[in-house]
Write a protein that binds this ligand. Structure first.
Ligand code: THU
Length: 140
């Protein structure tokens, strides 16, 4: 798949969205990760009666890629039935910054909204491992 074919990636995320398990929020989200090797990993949100145990579509796709040994992520596309492009939650922004800091992020809705952005723009001044490493160095 062409990493610049954002419409095709949105379509793939849309397909993943059909698998969302959302008995509590009824808010279905679909995502897809495309790696530089051309592999695609779908994600959807999967909820739980113990609400905090629910997982967002973005993290399912990202963790699925990592579980397959794929760390070289080119694009993350996300789609939901929102008025404008879907806005990832804070936890997903943090995970995205760690797992795919250099990827392109495509945010869309079910109509014609599309926003192209980056993990750094979604979470400016985010907390990263650099902060920990720098602190360890100073404390010897
Ligand atoms: N959700 C996602 O999967 N991704 C987002 O970008 C926003 C929120 C999920 C979490 C929960 O299952 C439902 O949407 C309502 O918050």
């Amino acid at each position: 798949m062409d990493p610049h074919d954002y419409q095709a990636l949105i379509t793939a995320a849309h397909k993943a969205r059909a698998n969302a398990y959302v008995p509590y929020s009824n808010f279905a989200v679909g995502a897809v990760v495309l790696t530089h090797m051309g592999r695609m990993f779908p994600g959807c949100n999967v909820e739980n009666a113990a609400y905090p145990a629910s997982v967002c579509a973005e993290r399912v796709a990202l963790l699925s890629a990592y579980a397959a040994g794929e760390h070289d992520i080119a694009v993350l596309a996300v789609v939901a039935d929102t008025a404008g492009p879907v806005s990832p939650c804070g936890v997903c922004r943090q995970v995205l910054l760690e797992l795919a800091p250099l990827c392109v992020v495509v945010l869309a809705n079910l109509r014609d909204a599309m926003q192209i952005t980056t993990p750094g723009a979604l979470l400016p001044s985010g907390f990263t491992g650099d902060v920990l490493r720098e602190t360890w160095q100073r404390s010897g």
